[in-house]
Write a protein of this length. Sequence first.
Length: 534
Amino acid sequence: MSKEFGDFQTPPSLVAAVLQCLNATGKTWTRVLEPTCGRGNFIEGLLKQADPPCEIRGIEIQEAYCQTARKLITESGSTDIVIKQANIFDVDLRKDVQWREKGPLLVIGNPPWVTNAELGALESENLPRKTNVKRLRGLDARTGEANFDIAEYIWLKLMRELALEHPTIALLCKTSVARHVLQAAAEMHLPITHAVLRLIDAKKWFDVAVDACLFIVESGPGEQCYEAAVYRNLRVTEPEYIIGIVEKRFVANVTAYAHSSAIEGNSLVTWRQGLKHDAASVMELSYDGSGQLRNKIGEIVVVEPDYIYPLLKSTDVFNGAVDHPEKGVIVTQQRLGEDTCQLQQTAPQLWHYLTAHASTFEQRKSSIYEKQPPFALFGIGDYAFAPWKVAISGFHKAPRFRVVGPQAGKPVMLDDTCYFIPCPAPLEAALLASLLNDPLCLAFINSIASLDGKRPITKKLLQRLDLITLFKLVEKEAFVARAGQELEKLGVCMEQEGAILSATETLLTSYEQNNDRASATKEQTGAIRQLTWL
């Protein structure tokens, strides 16, 4: 495999299974296009069929592969085959691909399994022109939100440029690519009349640990439908569930979503992401057996203790190991963009340590660090120093909300794989966690979470939680029981059911009245505390 091209040649046995799956639909295609045909395994499979297509067109960037694929022309019989050596990104599919006939068109193949960021790191030229494909704004366009699979770009190119041909497009790809394509097609109003996603075993076929599928999209002039039935494999006849775009938002299980969608809305609290520094070897610390701090490369670290905070990572939060953090993190700023050069005077030991590892910070790839002070952080602000937090892991598929409190008088920091709501007091944190852990809320998250992604839980997802509606719909007795257990763990006394419900209602009202703030005001928090003793 060529890493630069994201090259996974499709095994002939998988080609045969894909073609059998397509044939089972009862449809036939007189024309077939393979946009990244490689050695020609799909073309060879098409020629072996009892009724091969009349025309096949292949596009391939690598000359050696083109030569191999062209050898199939001698075995093509009555099928007209043309293999064009070109970068798919430079081909205008409306003008540069010539057909003799006008029959039904099938686009088939296995485009590259690689992202634009990975190709950029390799300094590859196998990239589309630099465009904001997802139409992102601000910081999202400069961070991971702007990273996309090359296959995703190819999908959108095919759907746009071949729209008038009303093709059936059937490509092997990551399931995350299929999901993103469905979302982008809905946003761009690309004509999809039917879509199916059939899972494949990527480990078996390509020896890679990703969720993958055969994604089949039919395009045409009929009623547009941005949903896709998900099948367990290429052979089964009944789908497991349906994914789709509902009210312009992605839904991972349309049926399950229908039962919990009442809490779909806009969060009145701002979910925050943990610290981002991209320098874990230097910034993250742990205590060795002798009580000394060491960094991840094994060095003993001696810096001013005021700049070291307890740290929890996503696995800690998911497993509930939040009471005794075993790691620490160096915090160089109190707010975004703060000048770090002051550390030369306020923390000379820390400054010496950081400058000794300056090369680690200089190697940070993300453009967000450009024009920032030395050793800058992101995910930093007053919210990061809130004494209490309600946190969730972004990396794990099962949503679990945890109350995180201060340790040894210091707020606990979370890394950037976690999301949280900052809270000024344990009561607020306990009530929020108890509400968010309600079965209705967890079911809703499961219905919209992209479980095939590296980060199933995202800030964008959490911002869809309407806490006020959720509180109206929860089973109150079960909620009070959860809240009572959480408060007992935190040492907060609130025994009466009415007090818990009143405190929660007061808290949510404060969010509604101050929906541009991350937590209740000092006065409102005081009012909530008074309810504790009712």
